[in-house]
Design a binder for this molecule. Sequence first.
Ligand code: ATP
Ligand code: MG
Length: 139
Amino acid sequence: MKERTLGIIKPDGVARKLIGRVMERLEEAELRIVALKMIKLSKEQAKGFYKVHERKPFYESVTDFMSSGPCVVMVLEGKDAIEKYRTLMGATDHRKAAEGTIRRDFATDIEKNVVHGSDSKVTAEYEIGFFFSTLEIAG
Ligand code: ATP
Ligand code: MG
């Protein structure tokens, strides 16, 4: 079924000039980029985005990281886009990520792991709405 998900190239991915290589993999996997922009989150915005992790020990650190520099945010559309993109990204910890995944190939750290992807339909809807209005998403 055709779905949409929210993808982010995190500040480490942008700083390390990985935008092109990440996007190439998405396009090759038939994930269509239907909305795209570059933004720099404030600390407060990063805290809002990662609110589900509020009680986790890494919350302060990950929100500092996510507000440390520009991110590329995008809406990806395709068949089973949520699951497909999660598979392309690989496990949160790059040392546990499968071969050929973005995190296995490019991430350096469990926190600085290059990309984000929504983990469910409900999360995808919330996260897409967090960054984009319907006017900004191509049909
Ligand atoms: P994301 O939500 O960014 O797509 P994920 O769903 O694989 O990643 P989550 O468990 O939702 O992982 O954690 C959100 C983010 O918080 C991770 O991507 C990573 O940047 C950071 N993080 C997660 N676990 C840890 C940890 N144990 N130590 C430090 N940072 C962590
Ligand atoms: Mg997550």
